[in-house]
Design a protein around this ligand. Structure first.
Ligand code: OFO
Length: 169
C-alpha cells in the first residue's frame, strides 16, 4: 500500500511524463511543418514513449492501492528558432526529468518505501539512456553547423534512430 506522500509524488511524476509527451508532440508538429520529416517521425515515436512512461507509473499507483490521476497538463510551446534549438531544449528538458526522478526516489527512500524505490530504478536507467541519446544528437548537430545538405542527411538518419526504449506497459 502506498503512503499518501508517495502516491502524490508519483502522481506529480505522471503529470510530468504526460507533459513530456505533449511537448514532444508539439515539437513533432513544428518539425513536420518546417520540412524536417525524419525528425518529426523520431519525435512522434518519442512522444509515444513518454506516454508509455506515464502509463507505467499510472498503473503502478493503482496496483499498489493508490489512485492514479489523469491531470490536465499545460500547453507546450510550438515555436523553435531551429532544429538545433529544438533538440537542445529536449536535452535540457530531459535533465529536468532526471532530477525529478532522483528527487522522487529520494522521497520514496525517506518514506522507507523500498518497493517503489525499486520500481523507479527502471526510470533512473531510462534517464541515463535518454540523456546520452540527446547529448549525441546535439554533438552531431554541432558538427554539422549550418550546412543544409548535411542537415538533410541528418534528418534522414534520425528517422532511423530508435528511441532509447520503446516498451509497452
Ligand atoms: Fe524522456 O523520460 Fe520519461 O521518464
Amino acid at each position: 500500500m502506498l503512503s499518501k506522500k508517495v502516491e502524490s509524488a508519483l502522481n506529480e511524476q505522471i503529470k510530468l511524463e504526460f507533459f513530456s509527451s505533449h511537448l514532444y508532440l508539439a515539437m513533432a508538429s513544428w518539425a513536420e511543418v518546417n520540412g524536417y520529416k525524419g525528425s518529426a517521425e523520431f519525435l512522434y515515436i518519442h512522444a509515444e514513449e513518454e506516454r508509455i512512461h506515464a502509463l507505467k507509473l499510472f498503473r503502478y499507483v493503482n496496483d499498489r492501492g493508490g489512485k492514479a490521476l489523469a491531470s490536465v497538463v499545460e500547453s507546450p510551446k510550438y515555436d523553435y528558432a531551429s532544429i538545433s534549438a529544438l533538440f537542445n531544449e529536449i536535452f535540457e528538458h530531459e535533465i529536468v526529468i532526471s532530477s525529478a526522478i532522483n528527487e522522487l526516489v529520494g522521497r520514496c527512500m525517506d518514506e522507507r518505501d523500498f518497493t517503489t524505490t525499486n520500481f523507479l530504478q527502471w526510470y533512473v536507467t531510462e534517464q541515463i539512456e535518454e540523456e546520452s541519446l540527446f547529448r549525441s544528437i546535439i554533438d552531431k548537430l554541432n558538427l554539422l553547423g549550418d550546412d543544409k545538405a548535411k542537415m538533410y542527411l541528418f534528418d534522414n538518419d534520425i528517422a532511423k534512430l530508435k528511441p532509447a526504449t520503446a516498451k509497452t506497459v
